[in-house]
Design a protein around this ligand. Structure first.
Ligand SMILES: Nc1ncnc2c1ncn2[C@@H]1O[C@H](COP(=O)(O)OP(=O)(O)OP(=O)(O)O)[C@@H](O)[C@H]1O
Length: 255
């Protein structure tokens, strides 16, 4: 008898998740998987809980109910050391994209390597330079963060998120505040990472062009229903998703 091939274990598995922000329930009943090498976009109206969900996916907040598993392991199970080791699988870039202002860009990138890898300074510097080159910031190693433009700062924050070679990358509005050309450049970087390194990416974004450019699938968080109301390839959702999701996606596809 023919057997169907085994289903690969998802990188991220979310089951029955309920999340709070500021003591208020913002989303519940969230169920989804993110497969290895997939780019999943989280979308929805402002304030629906996208950033809060991202914080739960990296274990910075504990769920009110339900579980988040990374490579099969519950994010909150085990010792504090085991949880911290699990979190190191992530590269994370939050909205502020914060860099330490008192350190050069290069030193900002070297810091996580020095803290977590035991590599010598010369090797840390070599890896920092490589990641800066990857985001088009070759030669910016000695610059102060204050000397960077908004677009450069975003790319620098992405480089820092990548410095420990994460196989899971979580990005909160990487294009916020950028012009369309720079947003498109970041989208291209994300797709290159997936293509060359097989990185799994979860990205929160409002930018419709980015959703269509990068997402294999998009997840819609509805602020009224307080749960996810759609999950699928953005083009499918644009044509046959629920009305609120079609309206959301149509904002960027008009004449
Ligand atoms: N620390 C907090 N204290 C009080 N309320 C909070 C806190 N953090 C978030 N909230 C509220 O919880 C809700 C969800 O916030 P969250 O930042 O996750 O939404 P979002 O969908 O990412 O929004 P945006 O698209 O505007 O960034 C919002 O109504 C927000 O005002």
């Amino acid at each position: 008898m023919l057997q169907s091939p085994p289903t690969p274990m998802p990188r991220i598995q979310v089951r029955g998740l309920a999340i709070q922000a500021g003591g208020r329930l913002v989303q519940q009943g969230l169920d989804f998987d993110v497969q290895a090498g997939e780019v999943l976009v989280i979308m929805g109206a402002s304030g629906c809980g996208k950033s809060t969900l991202l914080r739960h996916l990296v274990g910075l907040q504990r769920p009110v109910a339900g579980t988040v598993r990374i490579d099969g392991d519950d994010l909150h199970a085990g010792s504090a050391a085991a949880q911290a080791a699990r979190r190191r699988r992530f590269g994370v870039m939050f909205q502020a994209g914060a860099l330490w202002s008192a350190m050069s860009l290069g030193r900002n990138l070297m810091l996580p390597l020095q803290l977590f890898t035991g590599l010598d300074d010369a090797e840390c510097a070599r890896r920092a330079r490589y990641k800066l080159a990857l985001v088009g910031l070759d030669g910016a190693f000695d610059l102060a963060p204050a000397a960077l433009s908004g677009g450069m700062r975003k790319r620098a924050a992405l480089a820092r998120a990548l410095v420990l070679d994460p196989t899971l990358l979580l990005l909160d509005e990487p294009g916020a505040g950028l012009d369309p050309a720079n947003t498109a450049r970041l989208d291209e970087l994300v797709l290159n990472l997936r293509h060359h390194l097989g990185t799994t990416v979860v990205m929160v974004t409002h930018e419709i062009a980015s959703i269509f450019a990068v997402a294999d699938r998009a997840l819609f968080l509805d602020d009224h229903a307080m749960t996810m109301t759609a999950l699928g390839p953005p083009r499918d959702l644009l044509h046959s998703g629920p009305p609120a999701v079609r309206a959301f996606l149509q904002r960027g596809t008009g004449p």
